[in-house]
Structures are given as C-alpha cells and as structure tokens.
Design a protein around this ligand. Structure first.
Ligand code: NAD
Length: 299
C-alpha cells in the first residue's frame, strides 16, 4: 500500500498531481487556502479537509506544492504549523521550487522536530502534472528517497535522486540556468541571421546538426517553421511562461550570490528574463525573448 498523503497546495500543479495520486489509490487529504483551488480539486475527486493540521495528523507524508520558500517555511513553522501536528515517522516532502538555502532550512526544521524530509521540485509544467509525466529532482537521504519513490512514480516519469537535502532544487536550478542562457543565445543568433539574410530554415538545418545544437533550438525553436510544435508557431502561448523562467533564474542567481560563483551569463539571464516577465512576457513562452532582442536592435 502507498503511504497516505496530506497534500498542501492544490494550485495549477498541485491539483493535477494530487488527482493522479487519488487515481492510483493513494489516501489523500487535500488542503488549499484558495476557494477556487479547493473547488477544482474536489471536482477531480480529491478529499478536501478544512483543517490542514488534521490532514497532517492522519498522513504519513506531508507534500507541499506552494508558490515560494516563504510559504513553505511559514507553513511548516507557524501558519498553520504543520510540523507541530505531525505524527512520529512523518516525511515532509516539498515539491515547490524554492531557494536552495530555504529547502535546506525546511529540511532542518523537519529533522530537528524529529521527522524526515526531502525536496523534490519538478519540471514538465501543468501538462506534465496532468499526464503524470513530471521530471522529479530529489534531495534527501537514500532511505527517504526510497520511501517517497512510489509516490513520485505515480506523478512523474523521469526521477533522479540528486543527493542530500536541497540538491534536488540545486539540480533543477542549474538546469534552468543553462536553459535560460541558451534560449537567449538561440534568439540572438536568429536575429543576427535575419539581419544577414540567412533563412530561418538554413540556420536551423546547420545548427541542429552542429555544435550549437540544444533544446532551446531543436524543441523550443523561437521562430515558426523549423520545429512545428514549438511555441513560436502558436503566438508564443506557453510552454514555459516567462514569469516562471524569471522566478527560477532569480533563485539560481541567489544561489550564485550565496556561493560566490562568477557566473556572468547566469546573472545576466536572470536580469533579462526579470525585465521580460515585467511586461507581456509574463504570460508568453520564454522563447518570445527573441521579440525583445529584435525590438531592442537598431532599426
Ligand atoms: P499556484 O499558484 O497555481 O498554486 C499554489 C497554491 O498554493 C495556490 O492554490 C495557493 O492558494 C496555495 N497556497 C499558498 N499558501 C498556502 C498555504 N499556506 N496552505 C495551503 N495552500 C496554500 O502555483 P503552481 O503553478 O501550482 O506552482 C507551485 C510550485 O510549483 C511553485 O513553486 C512553482 O514554481 C512550481 N512549478 C510550477 C510549474 C508550472 O508550470 N506552473 C512548473 C514547475 C514548477
């Protein structure tokens, strides 16, 4: 039998993730502060509790899927104070994307209170959450990883144990830093190619088979045509929204600061996408950064 789950945070990601657990036969007690999220979750068959502490007290795993690290730490510690309500042996599993240092702090809080903890942030977006095909990057002891693996396998496809607490977040943020930088680089190359009279298709045919080959080009190609499924072919509806890329790069940039790493491109990508997400880019696929590059280029 699967461990029972208190699922805290039933938003765009948490709602469908919890629904997949229920479908697989996991005993889930769901909670969210938002009436809309609760209503949607109920319609998907998730049992809703009005007191999150009650959900925690009757579950073996407390899974949080919340907007930020502030929310996770507050929920653990003060409001509503999930740690104080848990029974012995509980595993605190945070799947939100938060600062690496906050993930480590959350795990420490749980461990000091006598519980076990893991971070397991995801990629794959709402589509992956609904399909149960998320990628999970997990941080925590091997023993905790083994205990949560059956749950992750219901919600996910590719699952990697990355090391100790916080290292799931670390792996996710390192990946997204590469992605942010390469999507800008691909956009810059296409705009330069346009200026030089190089067709999109010719540039694509060369680079996709050469050393510039990368996901930002071969899956998320920022011009319509060469990759018919990329967001550029549908007016840049996400995909992966600019707001989320800006968030993840800010978290990566915080980690760069904390570790004192001389990563100029990572920091620049964080600044570029933060500005992008402050405008219409917030809701566009992040590959629409190519439009900003065009707009900011000389006439
Ligand atoms: P969301 O805003 O849709 O959902 C978050 C939910 O948490 C909301 O329903 C909110 O009411 C609830 N909430 C906030 N504080 C709470 C509390 N104390 N108790 C109970 N509920 C509370 O966000 P989302 O898109 O589901 O994202 C969740 C996390 O997943 C974020 O950390 C995000 O960065 C990460 N993520 C999102 C995506 C994506 O494509 N949306 C992809 C990968 C990772």
């Amino acid at each position: 039998a699967y461990p029972s789950v208190a699922f805290i945070g039933l938003g765009n990601m948490g709602g469908p993730m919890a629904a997949n657990l229920v479908q697989a036969g996991v005993q889930v007690s769901g909670f969210d502060l938002s009436a809309d999220a609760v209503q949607t979750a109920r319609s998907k068959g998730i049992e809703i509790v009005t007191d999150p502490l009650e959900a925690v007290a009757r579950s073996e795993v407390v899974l949080t899927m919340l907007p930020s690290g502030k929310h996770v730490l507050a929920a653990y510690r003060d409001t509503p104070g999930l740690l104080a309500a848990a029974r012995p042996g509980t595993i605190f599993l945070d799947c939100s994307t938060i600062n690496i240092s906050e993930a480590q702090e959350a795990a420490q809080l749980a461990e000091r209170a006598g519980f076990r903890a893991a971070d397991a942030p995801v990629s794959g977006g709402v589509v992956g959450a609904e399909a149960g095909s998320l990628a999970f990057m997990a941080g925590g002891s091997r023993e905790v990883f083994d205990a949560i693996l059956p749950l992750l396998e219901i919600m996910g496809g590719r699952i990697v144990h990355c090391g100790g607490n916080g290292l799931g977040q670390a792996a996710k943020l390192c990946n997204n830093m590469i992605l942010g930088v390469t999507q800008i680089a691909v956009g810059e190359a296409f705009v330069l190619g346009e200026r030089l009279g190089l067709s999109h298709q010719a540039l694509y045919d060369v680079v996709s088979n050469a050393s510039g080959q990368c996901w930002a080009l071969t899956t998320n190609c920022p011009v319509p045509g060469p990759v018919p499924t990329s967001p550029a072919n549908r007016g840049f509806t996400p995909g992966f929204a600019g707001a989320l890329m800006a968030k993840d790069l800010t978290l990566a940039s915080n980690a760069l600061d904390e570790q004192g790493v001389d990563a100029q491109l990572g920091r620049l990508a964080a600044a570029i996408f933060s500005e992008f997400a402050a405008g219409p880019g917030e809701r566009q696929d992040f590959s629409a950064i190519i439009n900003t590059i065009r707009d900011n280029s000389d006439d």
